[in-house]
Design a binder for this molecule. Structure first.
Ligand code: UFG
Length: 322
């Protein structure tokens, strides 16, 4: 059985569905601080904090072979406001999880890392060899957790795969689960809020970046493509019994303006687009070189920006009662 921490959240819930479709038994552990119990539609559910002693009871109750660890806070802006909370939740709680895994002899671990560990790199696309220079507490909390994993693996009887996500987006094509953050800060759901009339307009955070249209460029990756990578990473850990780190992106960048245009095309709605100040801490361009995971795991992303936006739009219409 695979234990999924944070499986009631956006990426965790999508991965839980794909794992169950692939025939795996799962148990979700989530304290519901950011997740939603009705996103746990597959496998078992335990309401438990990863940083608590109660976690041991979950390991006693279930026969756990491996852990996929999503439970974390992931807002860059919030991390700047509350760095201690990010280090405690993302780093310290992971140490409790690793300690518990040791106690119960569980040796396979998949970690949700992030492009934020690279900071604002000069050379694009970003490979796994690019220097790790996080520029905010969120990226830093993931960076030091990766370091803890390296050390844990050196001790032996433990292997991990760290997956550095670029911009996760899109939703389950059956609309059983989707993206729901409170407050929402991500570009695509906010643009879709404007399309559906929940917001008057969408603001572009800066149009004076050194990019072709002046707006930031990101590498958007469909959440199901991310989820598939976790299944492959788990099988890799079972077969190869070695630790590794992989970037997860499409390898194609879209500017904020291009994303907004795609949203207008897919939704067939028009809305006001404003230019606002730059958002602090936003790198101009983040694009993944995902050659390594394609070569080593045989992963290949299936979906592009149009499918990302159209799946997100379907979900958006559903939750807004259309
Ligand atoms: N943006 C706008 N207007 C908005 C919201 C966002 O112009 O209303 C812009 C941002 O400035 C950025 C781009 O849209 O250039 C994408 O922003 P998101 O907030 O959707 O995503 P980020 O790239 O900031 O964040 C993502 C993940 C983080 C991760 C980070 C790594 O969501 O968890 O990538 O840099 F840390």
């Amino acid at each position: 059985m695979i234990l999924i921490t944070g499986g009631a959240g956006y990426i965790g819930a999508h991965t839980n569905k794909i794992l169950n479709q692939a025939g795996y038994d799962t148990v979700v552990v989530d304290n519901l601080s950011k997740g939603y119990e009705n996103f746990v539609k597959w496998g078992s559910f335990e309401n438990c904090d990863v940083g608590s002693h109660d976690l041991r009871e979950v390991f006693e109750k279930y026969d756990i072979d491996g852990v996929i660890h999503f439970a974390a806070f992931s807002s860059v802006a919030e991390s700047v406001e509350m760095p201690q909370m990010y280090f405690k939740n993302n780093y310290k709680n992971t140490l409790n999880l690793l300690q518990t895994m040791r106690e119960f002899g569980v040796d396979k671990f998949i970690f949700s890392s992030t492009a934020a560990v690279y900071g604002s790199p000069e050379n694009i696309p970003i490979t796994e060899e690019t220097d790790l220079k996080p520029i905010n507490p969120y990226g830093h909390s993931k960076f030091i957790t990766e370091k803890a994993l390296e050390r844990e693996a050196e001790k032996g009887d433990f292997n991990y795969v760290s997956l550095r996500y670029f911009n996760a987006a899109g939703c389950d094509f059956d609309c059983e689960i989707g993206e729901f953050h409170d407050p929402e800060t991500h570009l695509i759901p906010l643009v879709l809020d404007a399309a559906i009339g929940k917001r008057d307009s969408i603001s572009i955070f800066g149009d004076d970046y050194d990019t072709p249209d002046g707006t930031c460029i990101r590498d958007y990756i469909h959440v199901n493509d991310l989820a598939e990578a976790h299944v492959m990473a788990y099988e890799y850990l079972c077969d190869k019994k070695q630790s590794d780190v992989f970037n997860l992106g499409n390898g194609k960048g879209y500017s904020v303006r291009e994303v907004i245009e795609m949203c207008k095309k897919v939704t067939k709605k028009d809305f006001e687009v404003k230019i606002d100040e730059r958002r602090e801490g936003d790198p101009a361009v983040l694009i993944a070189d995902s050659t390594k995971i394609k070569k080593d795991l045989g992963w290949n992303p299936k979906y592009g920006l149009e499918e990302i936006v159209s799946s997100a739009w379907k979900w958006h219409e559903k939750v807004n009662g259309f």
